[in-house]
Design a protein around this ligand. Sequence first.
Ligand code: ATP
Length: 215
Amino acid sequence: MNGRPIAILGGTFDPVHNGHLRVAWEAAETLDAQVRLMPAHVPPHKPAPLATATQRVDMLERALAGQPRLVVDTRELRREGASYTVDTLRGLRAEFGEAQPLVLLVGADAFGSLPTWREWRQLFRLAHIVMLTRPGRTEPWSGELIGEAVPRRARSPRELQAVPAGKVLSIPVTPLDISASQVRALLAAGREPRWLVPEALLADPAILAPYRRKG
Ligand code: ATP
């Protein structure tokens, strides 16, 4: 028995919202894992976040206060430039040791695009990969992805505690139709995204100021 997995959920979190939190929480409970929400640097070819890295981390910390299962992990922000997931997983492996079960959480759409990620086959050797699926949605898989993923399929979350890496599991999550773009649009229009973001982000008007209409 290797024990409780450490799982990562990457994203921009500009800002964190209840869709992120719910999916991270369900993964933490289903896998009996600690989930580390990992804000990313945004690569130069994508639109820059409206909030600074420090502000995005501050919002995550406020959102996660008062519960122990979800934590913020700032390792990608501490590195220069955008990070490759394979390097992030190598860093976690070096820090937590060869026996520690690690889990990469990905949406079903991101799972389908894994073969375009740097050193993608290594991802399956460094961590378990858990696909967060929404009811009724299926994404097409390429032949090479089928070849890598299908033989690794686990039947239950318990299998992910017995070995440090290499399994593939899909878990259903509650679909909350919330996106950071929607939250930003509401704030820019002078509206309040109550019940879409955690209460802690609304408590102090300065926190969501980067997204509000100026003047
Ligand atoms: P944007 O609207 O700016 O594109 P976003 O809301 O998709 O942002 P990200 O920070 O890019 O947020 O997402 C981080 C991770 O959380 C991604 O894996 C994404 O698929 C997932 N995610 C985002 N929103 C939801 C949601 N409502 N339900 C489940 N997963 C979500």
